[in-house]
Design a protein around this ligand. Structure first.
Ligand code: CTP
Ligand code: MG
Length: 601
């Protein structure tokens, strides 16, 4: 496992800053310049603290809110309660308390299954709310309190999203809207930190000072609702633990304690068994131990997500930090990454399963590289070299195998002329992205965000995208010649589709819709456009006569009207979903369901 060594100076400062008294004394001097960028480590620290103050409780339904609130307030002060359902439609409440002490008080008041002798209790932040024995006890919450979120991790309905995108005025609005509606939301992030916290709490029974940290798309700003949770287990060696003046030292199992390689893989075997036997919610554990970075894959049904757990991959965390920083530098970066990821998935360039095709991470590097190209008015993103050159002592980070992950962490120190210097809108950038790669010489050149310019390929692999933190590595070495050719063909096609879709009248797949709709759903899609305009086919041909006719007029709308119509569509779509639709024959019904399922990725 990786060893983070917290140097004396930093850990003393950190301790002071964490102390409550110091926090209250830390008053901002108004002559300080207002900081534009928050640091990644501050965001992570805030999320971790939030998770330490929170618990997840399984309940009967969302109406359990009052009773749960009343019950927990007997022990602690509640900040907020968020409701969600998992894939089995079981109900859960994520409760954030005011303090960590509050959580400890509530946990002290927990019980376990006394009836089932084969259940061995374990303490973790995932609980369930038993039906009351004492029915007379009246539990309620103040009328001012309501659920902060209801059904908080339900992904956006595809039909609704489609209608909303159809109603946008510009392609730029579509891209922005797609980003806003599909990105990982606050509750999605909270749940991911709760799972990391749960694993950490349980693993601490085996390892002193371990930390389980989320990385990848859950934290790098590129995650969409439902994305997998990448986790890394690290050994945090504190100043106290490494104090050589302390003469009594724990005996240790040295050989197995090593980080990667066989040692790391053996630790993962043990953790795999632990996940299967002792971690509530974790299941379907798969061991992928022969990989360069061995991992455990599992599902977490209480938090409704899939996890990949690695031991020793701190560079992955620093890589997430780097991507997060690039995303923070300009508001166009993340929406552009999102639309490119959606497009790549829709045309089948990416695939959730591993194989000879490109994945989201190298695709993200391609977007960053494109944004690093010099324009007439300057750069949208700097090269990584600029961040490395401006790094100070406080930015030095060395991951396992001596991987140097040093780069500027405080983006407020970056001169304005290094980023955000061009005014192109998202539509223009997306088109330019496709055109850029349509002309890119993949045969001769590699993509490297380190310098932001194409470099000569060091070998003949079809696609070469330099790993920014380990420059001798190609993050797309798995990509076959055929897949690289497909990538080249698809970027050309996308540029053509995007341009063609804007000529003349807006069709029913105008703008980004024709890029993000799955190819296999295109054939019958017109038959499914319900309640939109004269462009749409009447659903009477598909459904029984008792279905309502669709409105047929549509004129150019103002923003307020679009907003109103989007709300109305949401309501209608929800109502329609609740009605049971009868199809004239089962063949059409099957086709309709297949298309609905696959329509937007
Ligand atoms: N990573 C890396 N080198 C690679 C592949 C991945 O450093 N060759 C790191 C990156 O930080 C990446 C993370 O591991 O973000 C997780 O990889 P992966 O799950 O493949 O990508 P995500 O960015 O999480 O995207 P997705 O939403 O598809 O999971
Ligand atoms: Mg991931």
């Amino acid at each position: 496992m990786t060893v983070f060594f917290q140097t004396g100076k930093f850990s003393i400062i950190r301790k002071c800053l964490n102390a409550p008294i110091c926090n209250s004394l830390f008053i901002r001097n108004y002559s300080d310049p207002v900081k534009k960028f928050k640091s990644f480590s501050d965001v992570i620290a805030q999320r971790k603290a939030e998770a330490r103050r929170s618990l997840v409780v399984q309940v009967n339904s969302e109406t359990s809110f009052n009773e749960l609130y009343g019950y927990c307030s007997k022990y602690a002060s509640i900040k907020d309660i968020h409701h969600y359902r998992n894939s089995e439609k079981e109900h859960f409440m994520l409760i954030e308390f005011e303090t960590e002490e509050n959580v400890k008080e509530v946990l002290k008041a927990c019980s376990s299954h006394q009836k089932d002798v084969d259940v061995m209790p374990i303490e973790s932040p995932f609980l369930w709310f038993r039906a009351a024995v004492n029915k007379k006890e009246k539990l309620s919450c103040p009328s001012t309190k309501t659920l902060a979120t209801k059904d908080g991790i339900e992904p956006v309905d595809n039909d609704l999203l489609y209608e909303e995108l159809l109603n946008c005025e510009t392609v730029t609005q579509q891209i922005q809207h797609l980003y806003e509606r599909t990105k990982l939301n606050d509750l999605g992030v909270r749940l991911r930190y709760m799972v990391a916290r749960q694993f950490e709490v349980i693993f601490k029974s085996l390892y002193a000072n371990v930390a389980v940290q989320p990385f990848g798309s859950s934290v790098n700003g590129c995650g969409r609702m439902g994305c997998d949770l990448d986790l890394v287990l690290s050994n945090v060696l504190t100043e106290d633990m490494s104090d050589t003046r302390r003469r009594l030292v724990y005996q240790e199992k040295r050989e197995e304690y090593a980080g990667g390689g066989r040692g790391g893989a053996r630790q993962l075997e043990l953790l795999g068994a632990l996940l299967e036997l002792r971690v509530p919610g974790a299941g379907a554990v798969r061991r992928v131990l022969a990989a360069r970075v061995p991992i455990l894959k599992c599902t977490h049904h209480l938090a409704a997500l899939h996890c990949d757990l690695a031991a020793s991959n701190t560079s992955g965390v620093y890589m997430s930090e780097l991507l997060w920083q690039f995303g923070a530098l300009d508001p166009r970066v993340r929406p552009l990454i999102f639309v490119v990821r959606h497009w790549a998935s829709a045309v089948g360039l990416t695939n959730p399963h591993p194989g000879r095709w490109i994945t989201n991470f190298p695709l993200t590097l391609m977007v960053l590289f494109f944004l690093q190209q010099k324009r007439k008015t300057g750069f949208i993103l700097p090269s990584l070299k600029v961040l490395v050159d401006r790094a100070g002592k406080e930015d030095i980070r060395i991951a396992e195998e001596n991987i140097n992950c040093t780069f500027l962490r405080d983006l407020n120190k970056l001169p304005h002329e290094e980023y955000g210097q061009s005014g192109e809108d998202l539509h223009t950038l997306l088109l330019q992205f496709f055109e850029f790669y349509a002309q890119f010489d993949f045969q001769e050149h590699a993509i490297s965000i380190n310098r932001g310019v194409p470099i000569r390929k060091p070998n003949a692999l079809p696609l070469y995208i330099v790993n920014p933190l380990e420059q001798a590595m190609n993050v797309s070495r798995n990509v076959s010649y055929e897949e690289c050719e497909r990538l080249r063909a698809e970027v050309r096609n996308a540029a053509w589709l995007l341009e063609e879709g804007l000529e003349g009248k807006k069709g029913d797949d105008w703008g980004v819709l024709r890029l993000i709709e799955r190819k296999d759903s295109r054939g019958l899609k017109q038959l499914l456009r319900v309640g939109n305009s004269h462009r749409l086919v009447s659903v009477k041909d598909l459904f029984n006569e008792d279905d309502e006719d669709v409105p047929i007029t549509k004129s150019k709308k103002t923003d307020a009207e679009v907003d109103k119509s989007v709300k109305e569509m949401r309501r209608v779509t929800v109502e329609k979903k609740e009605q049971k639709i009868k199809f004239k024959n089962s063949q059409i019904a099957n086709e309709v369901y297949r298309i609905r399922r696959n329509k937007i990725v």
